[in-house]
Design a protein around this ligand. Structure first.
Ligand code: PDD
Length: 290
């Protein structure tokens, strides 16, 4: 059992939806990705409240209470064979019997969940850091919603893949927004910089943990618009997401990130932040809640 579709637990290979599903026809839906460590869903409350924000943003009623979501999620986690999982949730505006952009009446939402093994960066990759490129941000102006309409992200991510890189960092009107599926942090003279969580970026759950950790450990932090020039002149860059946690970016558009001897390697602030993140995650799991 690795999937849940509209009230039923079933093998993923048996899950079927209508081709008239509005998620398929219009990308009319939202999603969440929750990392599960040793069968513990990390920051589940935060993910469920971001799901609510995304549903509100597209005027789609939440098909479940948080209690119901928890029950479904915990059962799916329990029935899957591996301990570390990536749990995917998608809610769409359902399948009507015709193609009409206006909201259908009386059509139930499609609710789909599945789990897959959680595959993070290898220790070697984490040690060595990853390469990234920059590209213009071609997305819409509601990037705060975790919408399934990911074509701009897909095209942008593929630019990185074509260049043999791990991520594309997006720039809009001369300012950093985020990665194609990550939030971005820059370090300059010991100060951590990251853009504010407005309508142009996703409020990342991992990003928020990092912001809390910076606060806890009194690490200098400025949440403010970050210019493209500041990104290019950074001492360190890292990206965050539910699957990557905190991952150093060591080259940008083929140029080493950083200056002097330290250039082209994950920097000290990046390493420390990843250690703090791991310690925090271990602690949360030990306590069984966050
Ligand atoms: N992506 N920004 C974008 C555009 C994202 O798609 C993601 C997550 C993030 C990081 O958010 P979080 O820390 O909550 O994972 C930032 C997920 C992992 C995905 O689409 O697979």
């Amino acid at each position: 059992m690795t999937a849940f579709l509209n009230g039923q637990f079933l093998p993923l290979s048996e899950a079927r939806i209508s081709p008239l599903d509005r998620g398929f026809l219009y990308a009319d839906g939202v999603y969440e990705v929750i990392p599960v460590y040793s069968r513990f869903p990390f920051r589940i409350d935060e993910h469920l409240s971001r799901l609510q924000h995304s549903l509100d943003g597209i005027r789609l009623p939440n098909p479940h209470t948080n209690e119901e979501w928890r029950t479904i999620i915990l059962r799916l986690i329990a029935e899957t064979e591996y301990d570390d999982q990536l749990l995917y949730i998608q809610v769409t505006r359902g399948a009507d019997n015709k193609r009409d952009p206006c909201f259908p009446k009386g059509v139930p939402q499609t609710v789909f969940l599945f789990t897959a093994p959680l595959v993070g960066p290898t220790a070697a990759l984490r040690e060595q850091g990853v390469a990234a490129i920059t590209a213009p941000d071609i997305r819409w102006s509601r990037c705060d919603l975790k919408a399934v309409a990911l074509l701009p992200n897909v095209l942008t991510r593929q630019l990185a893949a074509d260049a043999g890189c791990a991520e594309t960092i997006m720039i809009r009107n001369g300012y950093l927004t985020e990665g194609s599926s990550t939030n971005v942090f820059v370090v300059k003279n010991g100060v951590i910089l990251t853009p504010p969580q407005d309508n142009l970026i996703l409020p990342g759950i991992t990003c928020n943990v990092v912001l809390e950790l910076a606060d806890t450990h009194k690490a200098p932090l400025e949440v403010r618009p970050v210019s493209e020039a500041e990104v290019r002149d950074a001492d360190e860059i890292w990206i965050t997401s539910s699957t990557k946690e905190v991952l150093g970016v060591v080259t940008l558009d083929g140029q080493p990130v950083g200056h002097g001897e330290a250039a082209g390697k994950p920097g000290p602030v990046t390493r420390r932040m990843h250690e703090w993140f791991c310690a925090f995650r271990e602690n949360v799991m030990r306590r069984g809640h966050d």
